[in-house]
Design a protein. Structure first.
Length: 448
């Protein structure tokens, strides 16, 4: 089903030989093994292996390449950087950094126009948590039990979706709320609807454990690592009220959902609230390491006066800023948020047909081009089906489609949701191709 494009191998070594070298020298940085591919080229919605085989990449790299792999605008920005500063002393500013701050600020709510540029999502959340602690004078941070906010110390302490075992104590004062998942109610109270009882119970338990020194609540507007769970109506109004009661800041992490992917420029726009701090990362750099922490002039002034510090070797680096400018220009000029909304509706409809066809496809949900397909052994009991998920990942990959699994719901840490996040530049034909590959793989499972 994939196209017939072939590329020259970058060396005389075979894929098997290269994977043996990788096995000998590369450190495995999670429980996942490296995928059986050596990528030699990437373009648009596809990556190409060492032998030229094309694979639809519906993870958009690490959820970052939302305008497609190797977009011409990004390549032009890289080319332009040959004769301009690539890296500077942290307190020297290049014009591209200033311009990126202006252009991003013009897209943001007026309350969030103070911007700091860093490298990764973990760093943007780390700095946001530090801001909140200094501004409020508190140290306690609340997140959600399916959260993923990064690998730096503070961000990881507020990450409950995985990676917590075996490292000793996390930062003190971190608490988790139940994921508001009406498909798998964490307190076995609701089914297919959420009346926010889980939140009321969660805050009650946290208040019991708290020393009263609250700093922040950090959350995603759509839980990417939590099975693509969409919060119920009124969820963020409730969070805003509870944060205000406790004099803590509300941080919204839009690493996966920001800058058009969900069908609007920023997904928190759908909630009707403006956070105190907004973090952006993956979608801002289009595949380059670039993130941003955005807050109000009032908070920036307060923490600055109190001696706030968060700088790294690559704070405000010029080259990533030029790429960020290129990414923003493409998203705005080509109206990719509207495109994501339109194509997302089409994709959801096509995937919904699989739900009618296969008993084990129990739910299709998402926003824009960020969609989850929930797999179950039985629709009545909603028993998770990680074995099927792993089978489909492998089968589809060998048929020319790559995606990964989500589903870190309270019921299980096992991946039981197919996570589909193609670039916003994907074509309708490529969406059809992906559904056809999924359909073919699912049809084979019925006879296992």
């Amino acid at each position: 089903m994939s196209d017939n494009v072939r590329s020259e191998a970058p060396s005389s070594r075979t894929k098997a030989e290269l994977m043996e070298v990788a096995k000998e020298y590369l450190f495995r940085y999670s429980h996942h093994e490296f995928i059986d591919i050596v990528v030699s080229r990437a373009q648009g919605s596809r990556v190409y292996d060492h032998d030229g085989r094309a694979v639809l990449d519906f993870s958009s790299g690490q959820m970052c390449s939302t305008i497609g792999h190797n977009h011409p605008a990004i390549l032009e920005a890289i080319e332009a950087s040959k004769n301009q500063p690539i890296h500077l002393y942290t307190y020297m500013l290049d014009e591209s950094v200033i311009e990126l701050a202006r252009k991003l600020g013009e897209l943001l709510p007026k309350e969030l126009r103070k911007v700091m540029f860093l490298s990764t999502g973990g760093e943007s959340n780390e700095s946001a948590i530090r801001m909140a602690k200094m501004h409020t004078g508190g140290f306690e941070v609340i997140s959600v039990d399916a959260s993923w906010h990064g690998m730096t110390a503070g961000a990881h302490s507020s990450t409950f979706g995985g990676g917590r075992k075996g490292y000793g104590p996390m930062m003190s004062g971190t608490f988790a709320l139940p994921l508001p998942n009406s498909f798998r109610c964490p307190i076995q109270h609701c089914r297919n609807t959420c009346d926010k009882t889980c939140l009321k119970v969660g805050f009650g338990m946290i208040d019991t454990m708290s020393t009263g020194s609250y700093a922040a609540l950090i959350t995603e507007p759509l839980f990417g690592a939590g099975g693509l769970t969409i919060p119920p109506d009124g969820y963020f109004d409730f969070l805003r009220q509870e944060c205000d009661k406790r004099n803590m800041l509300l941080i919204v992490d839009e690493a996966q959902t920001g800058l058009g992917r969900s069908g609007v420029m920023f997904t928190h726009e759908r909630t009707g609230i403006v956070p105190d701090i907004l973090t952006l990362s993956k979608t801002l750099g289009g595949g380059f390491a670039l993130s941003a922490t955005c807050t109000s002039a009032e908070i920036e002034e307060d923490v600055h006066d109190k001696g706030f510090i968060y700088h790294t070797s690559h704070t405000s680096d010029p080259m990533p800023a030029r790429i960020g400018l290129a990414v923003l220009d493409v998203i705005v000029r080509e109206e990719l948020a509207k495109r994501a909304e339109k194509l997302g509706n089409y994709f959801m409809e096509r995937l919904g047909n699989l739900m009618q066809k296969y008993e084990f496809v129990a739910d299709v949900r998402g926003m824009g081009l960020l969609i989850g397909v929930e797999l179950v052994k039985d629709r009545k009991t909603r028993t998770i089906y990680p074995e099927l998920g792993r089978y489909l990942v492998d089968k589809c990959f060998h048929s020319g489609l790559h995606f990964h699994l989500s589903g870190m719901a309270s019921a299980s840490k096992a991946g039981t949701v197919i996570k589909l996040a193609p670039p916003m530049t994907v074509s309708e034909a490529e969406l059809d191709e992906a559904v056809d590959i999924l359909d073919e793989a699912m049809s084979g499972w019925r006879y296992n």
